[in-house]
Design a protein. Structure first.
Length: 462
């Protein structure tokens, strides 16, 4: 029977971590107590909510407690303790880097929509301000062009008025020198012939009309000049207003551009933080999967070694015609490997709380300090005592046939060994000391029970 895979796959029917198949109605005993050993800050924070729930649920009024049976209270306590243990087991699978990266990623993803909306609004303001700038520039250019035209027209009108005034001055001077209109009439009357009279009369009339025309033209030119001056004043006022509006809008545009730049920097920073968080998670996930692969490799090696020993023992028995030796120790089938009953992580399939991958936790972890004595679970032979990937220092004992099945036990993350490979040990004999070697979460003992080389729930055998 092969060893189940640790990594992304599992059986179709998954038993929750900590469940106890085949125990009947036996309730978990003291060995199910919630862990209180050393944990990372993230783990304590993550499990605090469950701890509060446990405390609040058990703190019932005296009257209510009297009304409840002790069995119901024990059931509630066990259920809540199991929830707390499973929450902590999940947190044990998450590194501090993954916790920080996951929290950063969640924060970034929560902030990105608002930051993007603010950036879009700021950029829209910049676009509107720049469009207003362009419109004001067009209006200002048109107004300045109109001002130039008005100035040119006014100058032209002033020149025409000056010319007309000079013409009138010449007419007046000539009239003065000739004695005025009466003198002109006298000149006409002094004509020597009718034709000469007519010619002189026509010249006098023309002079009078020229004078009258010049006066009328001067009056019109002065009216036009007044209008042109008013027009120029209005155009210049419009130019001044447009220039002020352009200056004000330039301030608004620059402010909008700064705000847009700040929002863009914030969005870029969030994008960079998201990329960094994702990269950290990918890196941590790769390390996590490499660790699982290393553990699986060691687990498969142990399984093959135990299966080979089982096959060899079966062949030897068949050739000799002997019956398989049976070991039936007193008390439980197997002895607990440490005196502590505090289980910090149980056997079972787990889903990683960040990556969603599934793996089998093939043993039962006891929360004990480094250097705690570790005892053999039953009589047997030490088949491995050394280092292994993932497991750190590991000791494996082949117990032969126990309760009709080939059984072995493994003790991992050890600090040291009390017996060497090949040694024969007895139930309850000191064989090693707990530690924190390999990949783990501090000092503890990882204990496995293997049947035909494959890991099973150790608590079913204790």
């Amino acid at each position: 029977m092969g060893s189940p895979r640790h990594r992304l796959e599992g059986p179709a029917r998954v038993r929750p971590a900590g469940s106890r198949a085949g125990r009947g109605s036996r309730a978990p005993g003291p060995r199910h107590a919630a862990p209180a050993g050393r944990r990372t800050g993230a783990a304590w924070r993550g499990s605090a909510g469950v701890a509060v729930l446990l405390a609040a649920s058990l703190a019932v009024p005296a009257g209510a407690a009297d009304a409840q049976s002790s069995r119901e209270l024990r059931r509630k306590q066990q259920a809540l303790a199991q929830s707390l243990r499973e929450a902590r087991e999940q947190l044990d699978e998450v590194s501090e880097a993954a916790v920080r990266a996951s929290a950063e990623l969640a924060d970034v993803q929560a902030r990105q929509p608002q930051a993007q909306a603010e950036l879009d609004a700021a950029q829209a303001q910049v676009v509107a301000a720049r469009e207003r700038d362009a419109e004001l520039a067009r209006q200002l250019a048109a107004a300045e062009q109109a001002e130039q035209v008005a100035v040119a027209a006014l100058e032209e009108g002033v020149a025409e008025i000056a010319q007309t005034e000079r013409s009138l001055a010449r007419i007046a001077s000539a009239a003065y020198r000739s004695g005025g209109v009466d003198a002109g009439l006298a000149v006409a009357l002094d004509a020597e012939s009718p034709d000469d009279f007519t010619e002189r009369t026509v010249m006098l009339d023309a002079a009078l009309r020229a004078q009258a025309g010049a006066l009328s033209r001067l009056q019109e030119q002065r009216a036009v000049d007044s209008h042109q001056r008013s027009r120029l004043e209005a155009v210049r006022a419009q130019v001044a207003v447009l220039r002020q509006q352009a200056a004000d809008n330039l301030v608004l545009t620059q402010r909008a551009e700064r705000a847009a730049a700040e929002r863009k920097a914030e969005v870029d920073a969030l994008a960079a933080a998201k990329a960094q968080a994702l990269a950290t998670l990918e890196q941590d996930k790769a390390a996590f999967e490499a660790r699982i692969a290393a553990e699986q490799t060691t687990s498969d090696e142990i399984a093959r070694e135990l299966q080979a020993r089982e096959a060899a023992a079966a062949a030897a028995r068949a050739s000799s015609g002997g019956a398989p030796p049976a070991v039936t120790p007193s008390g439980g089938v197997l002895q607990r490997p440490v005196t502590s009953t505090r289980v910090t992580s149980g056997f079972g399939w787990r889903t990683h709380p960040v990556y969603g991958t599934r793996k089998l936790h093939a043993g039962t972890d006891y929360g004990v300090g480094c250097g705690t004595p570790v005892y053999a679970a039953a009589d047997g032979e030490v088949v491995r005592a050394g280092g292994a990937s993932g497991y750190g220092n590991i000791l494996v004992i082949d117990h032969g046939v126990v309760a009709g099945r080939p059984v072995a036990t493994a003790y991992a993350h050890l600090r040291g060994f009390a017996v060497p490979t090949g040694a024969r040990v007895q139930r309850g004999q000191l064989v090693a000391y707990s530690g924190d070697t390999g990949v783990g979460t501090g000092c503890h003992l990882h204990f496995e029970v293997r049947v035909s080389g494959s890991p099973v729930d150790a608590l079913d055998w204790l």
